[in-house]
Design a protein around this ligand. Structure first.
Ligand code: BGC
Length: 366
């Protein structure tokens, strides 16, 4: 009897222990569906009270929205950042250095996780980089390089190649003669790279005595009205007789062409620009501009957005290319530009959907 009682007690204790153990397991095992039901018995906390991972916020400080391309850069960059689950605050400085610094300070004080900058002035923007770094914010130089500063990444096109493409196209048509060079803003590092590329191609021909550069000036602040004045000056200084014009972008080329129209020589003299602006594409099919350089802005914006968000999340970005900005070897991503003329306009800018065929041709013959 004693044995029977003690056996029964032992079994009861064993069953009780098993029950407790299985109960504990249910509570602790996240894979057990019953856990949910146990937890669901408790009222759920207010959704807003659930701590959520903070959204990454990028600050985008732009020099200007003047040229057609910068509107694309702005819109494409915004949607690329948003599609990566982050957000972006964008401010544009209308070509004003002091305003750009002020706007960048605003973005820094808003606590952005990373700053992307298109500098108006390559040197002056170094102040922004210092301020951002003091606040623990990394800086990505977008399209234009910030000089003499510890920037973290540079994403752009191969801008020296842009100039080379321009000069290669024009020297094929005009291997000998008087050249006019209408430069960009000398405060923009890109303007220097474009010019370097042009002279990489021109210099051997200048040395041979085949080409003479009869006019070579920067265009203050990239303003097309200044390019117009430059072109008029170039024509006046040479009795209206020049053989080729290379302008640092399409907006300056457009006003140089305007001066040439007024002098009655438009269409007769090759002109190069860059940016593949719609107006330039139209001039190319009409015949007043010879070529432009197409820089696929969607690729630039998407690449920069991807890298900016990754860097803001603390990822390490490794690039095979480095560009010296006078202070450091900046990790860089440089995309390839494409030369566009009347013959390949369909298979480049139009095929890419950069411009619509009907907008480019406006009823003109192909
Ligand atoms: C850009 C060009 C642009 C120019 C004027 C340069 O830094 O690379 O695409 O036309 O600035 O805004």
């Amino acid at each position: 009897m004693d044995i029977w009682i003690s056996k029964s007690l032992t079994m009861l204790v064993a069953i009780a222990l098993l029950f407790i153990a299985s109960g504990c397991e249910k509570l602790d095992n996240p894979l057990n569906p019953e856990v949910d039901s146990v937890q669901n018995n408790n009222p759920l906390p207010d959704e807003e009270a659930i701590p959520q991972e903070e959204k990454i916020k990028i600050g985008f400080s732009m020099d200007t929205l003047e040229e057609e391309r910068w509107l694309r850069d702005r819109d494409l960059f915004k949607s690329a950042v948003e599609s990566l689950g982050a957000e972006v605050e964008i401010l544009a400085a209308n070509g004003d250095d002091a305003l750009q610094v002020l706007q960048a300070e605003t973005l820094i004080s808003q606590g952005v996780d990373l700053l992307v900058i298109v500098p108006h002035n390559a040197e002056a923007a170094a102040t922004i980089v210092k301020k951002a770094h003091l606040a623990g914010i990394k800086v990505l130089s977008y399209d234009r390089l910030i000089k003499n500063a510890d920037i973290d990444l540079y994403v752009s096109f191969d801008n020296e190649r842009v100039g080379e493409l321009q000069a290669e196209s024009i020297t094929k048509l005009v291997p000998k003669g008087k050249y006019v060079y209408i430069g960009g803003a000398d405060t923009d590092n890109n303007a220097h790279l474009f010019k370097k590329g042009v002279f990489n191609i021109l210099q051997p021909l200048i040395d041979k005595g085949d080409i003479k550069v009869v006019y070579d000036q920067w265009t203050k602040n990239w303003l097309p009205s200044n390019a117009y004045a430059n072109m008029q000056e170039a024509l006046n200084a040479n009795g209206g007789k020049v053989d080729a014009v290379i302008a640092a972008n399409d907006a300056t080329a457009g006003m140089a062409i305007q001066a040439m129209i007024e002098a009655g020589i438009a269409g007769a003299i090759p002109v190069a620009g860059q940016d593949a602006e719609l107006a330039a594409a139209q001039r190319i099919v009409e015949g007043t501009q010879t070529m432009t350089v197409y820089k696929p802005i969607p690729t630039l914006a998407e690449e920069a957005a991807k890298l900016a968000v990754a860097m803001a999340r603390g990822e390490y970005i490794d690039t095979s290319r480095k560009v010296n900005n006078g202070k450091v070897e900046v990790p860089s991503v440089l995309l390839s530009p494409i030369a566009v003329n009347k013959l390949n306009i369909e298979e480049t800018v139009i095929a890419d959907g950069f411009h619509l065929e009907e907008e480019v041709y406006q009823g003109n013959n192909r």
